[in-house]
Design a binder for this molecule. Structure first.
Ligand code: SF4
Length: 640
């Protein structure tokens, strides 16, 4: 029996376990990446391990997420990142060099290797045939320390692409179509592996849009083969020597198959506030638009920018629309200037920001109150644009430009534009002078920490009996943005646990933090897919800091589940989902920890309602031990 691409890479990196689906496995990590808003925590955790130099083939620290520098806090974070990188052997990609996933695709991704990133969109690397995995900062710190990464062996789903996309319908619509079909939870514990003749119509940048946003389905990763198109990309990046061919064997066996005929895809749009609320664009045509955002790691490579410029050439942005562009990397910026297309964009009246995440995570360029913002970004969770009244719709660059020109949601095919053919350059403009490489020995380097960087909190071991009030009862698909908000007001607080914890569930229930403190902690109850979205570990650490000891949900998102373990919160799922409806906010719950070790199940007593119901844990015996000891750092210190 042959292997899939993912099976080939995992087999070559397997430190523990087998390819049996659902089995706990450990995978050796070749490269890591971090970014500024999650990276400071990751490096504090790495420092706590007392290891001199990173043990990976390559670790890169990107400064791309929060570039506002409104006061001392972000510059202090950036300075800390520079110091810690120099000391411990990490490459830094400086402010202005671009968004981590785009820059890594250009300069560092290698087919057949593994990449662990403290960012959920790390599967963007799958566009080149690399296995990209998102994780919390502590897991990335452990990978930097040389530890293999633990996960459950995912199912491998073949996504069979046939046909050719129609004109002005681009790769973003392929992943929106996938989201429409499988939802924000349809990819949990799965890898989407792309195959079929349709893949030959997609360049590496387009493939990376799809693998990047596969994250929105909850997938562990997504990956394309490495073929002659990949080889040409790497040659143009001056890295052909790192290319290897990689494809599934003809007799590879998949756990499921999804067929997508590219010729049948029409322009799609994800409505607020979930990326799977996908409908045909025609259903919302004519809706007035206040703002257009082009860019983010999903749609800001050269083919995207060239298409945007092509559509805008000689035209102007509508007077009612505020249009902004975040180019994905300095390389793309330089190419755009060199080719003259940058001027076409500027002349049309688009505001061009520096290369970085910007509006995508709410660090600047928020829409007005109740505003409609059309974005080529990755996700449109409530409040992510900076405030809870913004209505963010996710679209392709072609749809974004059409709306920017027309002032209302418009099918780009109705504008009478004949798009020009894009040809990938034989040679990209390579300028690596915004990478800072570490010295061979960093022993003498002292690390400067600003006052906003708080020490890691001490976490106590879990008691034998967990009891507390139901602090909040939540619905389905609660995102990490619900738990720990993004946005310019909150991003600078991510490295200050006491401060960021005050805003836990800020856009859901502003009194949560006060209530949790007053109660001395408690328990959270939620529906399916709790913690979907980003890898931010503050979404586990902040509730833990407020005393949350357990979360009972119908199901959990993969990365967040790992973060709960790392910070000593006990995740439990209902044996019988109907018991969810028997609990109300304020109910006093109580459970014993010990039976979980014996049978992975325990009973919860609802003392307020005089009821009892059964829960189980999705954790392994080892993960339960980690939670019991108060989190992974405690467990490591105790010799685990
Ligand atoms: Fe940055 Fe947005 Fe991409 Fe995250 S999804 S890496 S915030 S551009």
């Amino acid at each position: 029996m042959g292997f899939t691409i993912a099976e080939k890479i995992i087999s070559a990196h397997l430190a523990k376990g087998s390819l049996k689906r659902g089995e706990p496995i450990n995978v050796k990590i070749d490269q890591t990446l971090t970014h500024d808003v999650n990276g400071v925590m990751a490096y504090l955790e790495f420092e706590a391990m007392g290891i001199e130099r990173v043990q990976t083939e390559l670790s890169v620290s990107y400064i791309d997420h929060n570039l506002i520098q409104a006061d001392f806090r972000n510059p202090d974070d950036h300075r800390y990142l520079l110091d810690v990188a120099a000391k411990h052997g990490i490459v830094v990609s400086r402010q202005g060099n671009g968004i981590c996933h785009q820059v890594h695709l250009e300069r560092f991704d290698i087919p057949g290797k593994t990449l662990l990133g403290s960012d959920s969109h790390t599967p963007a690397a799958g566009g080149i045939g690399m296995l990209g995995l998102g994780a919390g900062g502590l897991d990335v710190a452990l990978a930097m320390a040389g530890e293999p990464f633990p996960l459950k062996m995912p199912q491998i789903v073949k996504v069979n692409l046939t046909g050719h996309l129609p004109p002005l319908v681009s790769a973003k619509n392929i992943v929106l179509e996938l989201l429409r079909r499988v939802s924000v939870k349809g990819g949990v514990n799965k890898i989407f592996e792309y195959a079929g003749p349709g893949i030959k119509t997609l360049n590496v940048a387009e493939r990376s849009i799809i693998t990047n946003m596969g994250t929105e389905t909850g997938a562990t990763s997504s990956i394309f083969p490495s073929d002659e198109i990949t080889q040409q990309w790497m040659r143009a990046q001056g890295r052909e020597d790192q290319w290897i061919p990689l494809e599934a064997d003809a007799d590879a066996v998949y756990d499921a198959v999804i067929d997508i005929n590219l010729a049948e895809i029409e322009p799609l749009i994800a409505l607020p506030h979930q990326p799977d609320k996908v409908v045909p664009l025609r259903e919302v045509e004519g809706l007035p638009v206040d703002q257009v955002v082009i860019g983010s790691c999903a749609n800001s490579s050269l083919p995207d920018i060239a298409r945007v410029a092509d559509m805008l050439k000689g035209k102007a942005v509508h007077k009612n629309v505020d249009a902004g562009l975040y180019i994905g990397s300095r390389q793309v910026y330089l190419e755009s200037v060199e080719r003259g297309i940058f001027a076409d964009i500027l002349r049309a009246g688009v505001r061009v920001f520096e290369s970085g995440c910007g509006a995508c995570n709410g660090s600047g360029f928020a829409p007005p109150t109740n505003g409609v913002s059309l974005r080529t970004t990755t996700r449109n969770f409530l409040g992510r644009c900076g405030h809870a009244t913004g209505n963010v719709y996710l679209v392709s660059p072609e749809v974004a430009v059409a709306a920017a020109m027309a002032g209302v949601i418009t099918d780009p095919r109705e504008l009478g534009i004949t798009p020009g053919e894009f040809k990938m350059p034989d040679q990209f403009l390579i300028e690596d002078n915004m990478f800072i490489y570490p010295p061979a020995n960093g022993a003498d380097i002292s690390i400067r920490r600003g006052p906003n960087i708080s020490a890691l909190p001490e976490l106590a071991a879990a008691p034998d009996i967990i009891s507390g009030k139901t602090l909040i009862k939540l619905g389905e698909d609660i995102t990490t943005d619900h738990i720990t908000p993004a946005g310019a007001n909150f991003l600078p607080l991510r490295n200050n646990t006491p401060e960021i914890s005050k805003y836990t569930f800020h856009f859901v229930d502003t009194s949560f933090a006060e209530r949790a403190k007053a109660e001395g902690g408690g328990i959270i109850v939620a529906g399916v897919n709790y913690g979907q979205g980003s890898s931010r570990e503050q979404a586990a650490l902040a509730p833990r800091y407020l005393g949350v000891s357990a979360i009972i949900a119908k199901s959990f998102a993969r990365i967040h589940l790992a973060n709960l373990v790392n910070f000593g919160i006990l995740p439990l799922v209902f044996e019988n989902e109907s018991d969810y409806s028997s609990i109300e906010q304020g109910d006093q719950l109580k459970l014993e920890f010990k039976p979980l070790f014996e049978s992975q199940a325990t009973a919860v007593v609802n003392e307020t309602k005089q009821l009892e119901f059964a829960v189980k844990t999705p954790l392994t015996h080892e993960e339960l031990e980690i939670v019991k000891s108060g989190g992974r750092l405690n467990w490591i210190k105790s010799g685990g």
